[in-house]
Every structure is written in C-alpha cells, then in structure tokens.
Design a protein around this ligand. Structure first.
Ligand SMILES: Nc1c(C(=O)O)ncn1[C@@H]1O[C@H](COP(=O)(O)O)[C@@H](O)[C@H]1O
Length: 152
C-alpha cells in the first residue's frame, strides 16, 4: 500500500528527486511521485493535502528549488510529517532553497535535508527510519542497508 508521496515543484526537479524514489524502492516503500507548486498550482497543493491522510499517505517528501515554499506550504496544510529537499536549481545553487525550507516558524516543522543528491537520498532513508517505527519490514530493510555499509 502507498505510504509516501514524493512531491516536487517542477518536472525539472525530477533528476534529483529520482534519487529519493530509488531509495524508497530499495526500502520497499510504495510511493507516488507528483508535481505541483505552491506558486504555480496552489489549489492542487491544497487539494492534495486535504485528502492525503485519508488516501493512506503517512509521510510527504517535498523537493523544491529557488524560493522553495512548497515544503512549508504542504506542512501548513497537513499534519503528516514533511521532509524537505532543497534543489540546487537557481543561480544561488540551492542555498536559497535550503534557507527557505529550513527556516520554518516554530510549530510548523519541515525536516530539512542537505542540498541536492545527498539530501534527496537521505530524505528516503529518513522516511525509512520514520516508517520503520510502524512497519518492521521497513525497519529491517534499513538495518540491512546499514549493515551493507559496514562491509565497504
Ligand atoms: N520552489 C518552487 C515552487 C514552490 O515552492 O511552490 N514551485 C516551483 N518551484 C521551483 O522552481 C524551480 C524552477 O522551476 P522551472 O524549472 O519549472 O522553471 C524548480 O526547482 C521548482 O522546484
């Protein structure tokens, strides 16, 4: 059953956010990949958030670049946990998106990971750690991965 949503502000973010998909697949986490923008398609964001929990989503990973309001806006519309991935898509190379995503006001958190590919991968692993609290098979997949790392 689908547990996570990967959302990005533009299809131009896909190359980086594919890294999150790959990790979720490796961890056995069924997910949907969606494109929507707090700036360009605000109603789509609101509609998604309004029904996300009842559709079975348990966690949202949101990637955006430049003035990256998307993760914070999603966090404002839903109480599901939101992980934010800063995308280096502008002249400021993702520092703009990092600051936009990480500097949420108290009370409305977005769990912010590093800029770019490393952050996109870590968003997937963090999702596995969170969902692993409920699903033993996901916890096991993440443990297996960590044990693989020790072999390198
Ligand atoms: N930060 C946002 C939002 C948003 O926050 O709602 N919507 C699109 N974007 C970002 O704009 C960048 C450029 O997008 P285009 O390549 O489509 O011009 C992308 O990195 C996207 O995430």
């Amino acid at each position: 059953m689908t547990k996570a949503a990967i959302i990005m502000g533009s299809k131009s973010d896909m190359e980086i956010m594919n890294n999150t998909s790959e990790v979720l697949n490796k961890m056995g986490i069924a997910h949907e990949v969606l494109i929507m923008s707090a700036h360009r398609t605000p109603e789509k964001v609101q509609d998604f958030c309004a029904s996300a929990r009842e559709k079975g989503f348990e966690l949202v990973i949101a990637g955006a670049g430049a003035a990256a309001h998307l993760p914070g806006v999603i966090a404002s519309w839903t109480t599901l946990p939101v992980i934010g991935v800063p995308i280096p898509s502008s002249e400021l190379n993702g520092v703009d998106s990092l600051y936009a995503i990480v500097q949420m006001p108290a009370g409305i958190p977005v769990a912010t990971v590093a800029i770019g590919v490393a952050g996109a991968k870590n968003a997937g692993y963090l999702a596995a750690q969170i969902l692993g609290l409920k699903y033993p098979e996901i916890a096991q997949a993440y443990d297996n991965y960590r044990n693989e790392l020790k072999g390198n």
